[in-house]
Design a protein around this ligand. Structure first.
Ligand SMILES: Cc1cc2nc3c(=O)[nH]c(=O)nc-3n(C[C@H](O)[C@H](O)[C@H](O)COP(=O)(O)OP(=O)(O)OC[C@H]3O[C@@H](n4cnc5c(N)ncnc54)[C@H](O)[C@@H]3O)c2cc1C
Length: 624
């Protein structure tokens, strides 16, 4: 099965992605070039990633004390991916890129996430790592450290978390001290052409892709604190800086040496899912690989001192949207597997008069209403989440190549939608994976079918890249109130515009009214939550707020998709071909489903937000 037709529907019937070719930056492109990239991605993902998804789950990475061993198929899959040129797809031509719109790049990437989310994590991290260096690095750092990632020669990581500091990054303990005195070389390392040079010491936990033998090098982006004038670390996030720490040392001309930097693997984490991505505890600067006779990992400051977290947000924001897409595509994979199963599995008979006739043949379980309900929910989550990811990708395009006004609005909307793009699929596509298991019944609970792996792989997504709780705090504590609520106003304008259009369309007007009501309720609860101005009260129910906000955004998306489906129906598109009219009817049924079964849930979530309900806040530890 493929979501290829839905990609076309979303890109062309909904987002009008061909219009991006009118922008000078994308002038070389057309629907034909988009199609070529997407087709290639589907082919490579299906042939090189999907067949080894289970294998990488069973044969998880191993460490023999010296070397990390991955299945031999993993580097081959990486090579196949790199050969597609997708790592550079949306980059400038002068960097060897294709200047492809991000929305098309993400549509193509979706096949890799669906085929094997844990293998796709390597290029996802490398891409984000290179983009962060492009955004904040010096020309020399870009040349030496970003280009390898863009060309697929090197791999990238993000090193934020520590054993004692996950959500609270202000408490990281890794230190960076200037690499000047004591190394006996007499060289002023501060003047290194690769950037101001420091020595890092500390432990980084949970680092994905932190150690392996693939590629020419691994480029770690590491958060660490530089001591202040009093020799003590500056407290809070203001004390955090960002460093490029290569696994193997690199000369100023970019040549990668064979000398290991002082970054040592302390051990691997053995995970519930997502096992194709090696996950590591790294010790920086413990002296296992001394440099110039000294312990301390060599790192080059990137961006300004004290602005490390700000710079890292380039990577984190990108990673959050990718995490959402990964979760969505796992939802898609489960949906497709359970749909196929439901069409084939005979079990039971229809309700009603003929149902008791045991001599009549059994029906396929897809004929049972409850199974259809579970398929409909999965479809709403997978296709809705995918549409949200593409919308965010198109906002990235508007930021980059739109008019100044488009760019400003896109920037605000993207800031606001990032916690939703990350958290909504992480929560609901996990639920979709659970429903896929349910449809397969006992078989779904075994390792003979793929759906249990989807569920295990997906369980990570509410944890990493900012936990679910942290996303809620970010949304209600920061994003909706930033710049006097400007981003929320931009979203409200966009939703209202959809409501106006849908209000005039038969079959959608009822949903338009419901969406207008939901928007009003979200606005009123935002105000009510902040009515006393006390953060503890306002944020006591930040996660239910996140859920209600997410469902409202997805209702907006489904109304947009309903409008696109109606327009395509009128134009007689999609009537021909193997999919027939059912393709568009399915989109409209999903719009109905979302408005009738899902959107009403927001009332319960927003109720506790508006009341600033303190049931959980006031509970004492000894009450549990
Ligand atoms: C498989 C995997 C891969 C990862 N990859 C990377 C990586 O490549 N690089 C990297 O740097 N990190 C990575 N991480 C780390 C990940 O980002 C952290 O696990 C995450 O940030 C949570 O930190 P923690 O595990 O210390 O949990 P904690 O921060 O201890 O949180 C535990 C619970 O407490 C809640 N909580 C904590 N603080 C608050 C608060 N202030 N308010 C409300 N609730 C709160 C959380 O929401 C969570 O439910 C990875 C993690 C895993 C499991």
């Amino acid at each position: 099965m493929s979501h290829r037709a839905t990609i076309d529907f979303l890109l062309y019937d909904w987002l009008q992605a061909e219009r991006l070719c009118e922008r000078p930056y994308h002038a070389e492109h057309s629907r034909e070039t988009y199609t070529a990239v997407i087709d290639l991605a589907e082919q490579v993902a299906t042939e090189q990633f999907a067949p080894i998804n289970r294998l990488t789950d069973i044969h998880e990475p191993e460490f023999d004390g010296t070397t990390v061993h991955l299945p031999k198929e993993t580097p081959l899959a990486m090579k196949a991916y790199n050969d597609t040129g997708l790592l550079a797809a949306s980059k400038d031509a002068e960097l060897g890129g294709m200047q492809l719109p991000t929305v098309v790049e993400i549509a193509a990437m979706s096949f890799f996430y669906k085929s094997s989310v844990s293998l796709a994590a390597y290029p996802m991290l490398t891409r984000g790592n290179a983009n962060t260096i492009l955004a904040h690095g010096t020309p020399k750092q870009i040349e030496v450290f970003a280009k390898g990632g863009i060309e697929g020669r090197t791999f990238g990581t993000m090193c934020l978390s520590e054993p004692q500091a996950g959500s609270s990054l202000s408490d990281i303990a890794t230190r960076a001290t200037p690499d000047v005195a004591g190394d006996g070389s007499g060289v002023d390392w501060q003047a290194d052409p690769l950037g101001q040079r420091y020595r890092l010491r500390g432990n980084k936990m949970w680092i994905s892709g932190g150690e392996h033998e693939m590629g020419d090098n691994i480029v770690h982006l590491v958060l660490a604190k530089i001591p202040g004038p009093d020799g003590k670390p500056v407290p809070g996030v203001k004390g955090i800086s960002l460093f490029i720490v290569p696994r193997k040392l690199v000369k100023a001309d970019g040549t990668i040496t064979s000398q290991r930097n002082d970054v040592a693997l302390a051990g691997l984490n053995h995970k519930c899912g997502y096992r194709g991505t090696v996950n590591t505890l790294l010790n920086f600067g413990e002296g296992k690989f001394p440099v110039n006779g000294q312990a301390g990992a060599v790192g080059y400051l990137i961006g300004k001192e004290g602005e490390g977290l700000k710079c890292m947000f380039t990577l984190m924001n990108e990673a959050r949207i990718s995490v959402g897409l990964g979760a969505t595509m796992l939802g898609y994979a489960g949906f497709e597997a359970s749909l196929e199963y439901a069409k084939q599995r005979p079990q039971g008979r229809r309700m009603g008069a003929g149902g008791k006739d045991h001599s009549a043949p059994q029906i396929a379980i897809i004929e049972h209403t409850d199974v259809k309900r579970m398929l409909m929910m999965q479809k709403a989550i997978a296709e809705g989440g995918f549409a949200l990811a593409l919308l965010c990708a198109q906002l990235v395009d508007d930021e980059k190549t739109g008019t100044p006004e488009q760019a400003e609005r896109a920037n605000l909307l993207l800031e606001l939608l990032t916690p939703i793009a990350k958290s909504w699929p992480s929560e609901w596509a996990q639920e979709a994976n659970s429903l896929a298991i349910q449809i397969l019944g006992g078989y779904g609970y075994t390792r003979d079918f793929p759906v249990e792996q989807h569920w295990r792989d997906n369980r990570l997504n509410m944890i990493h890249e900012g936990t679910h709780g942290i996303q809620g705090l970010d949304l209600l504590g920061r994003k909706v109130i930033m710049n006097g609520g400007k981003a929320l106003s931009v979203l409200a304008e966009r939703i209202s515009e959809t409501v106006t259009r849908a209000g005039q369309v038969d079959g959608l007007a009822e949903h338009a009214n419901a969406l207008a009501g939901a928007l009003q309720k979200v606005g009123a609860s935002t105000k009510a939550a902040w009515a006393t101005g006390v953060p503890e009260e306002a944020l006591a129910n930040a996660t239910p707020y996140l859920q209600a906000f997410g469902h409202t955004v997805l209702a907006w998306i489904w109304l947009e998709l309903g409008l696109a489906a109606k327009a395509a129906q009128q134009a007689g598109q999609w009537d021909i071909g193997p999919l027939g009219t059912g393709f568009l009817q399915g989109k409209l049924a999903c719009t109905d489903y979302f408005f009738r079964y899902e959107l009403p849930k927001i009332d319960a979530w927003l109720g506790v937000v508006s009341r600033r309900d303190a049931t959980c806040a006031q509970a004492q530890a000894d009450w549990f």
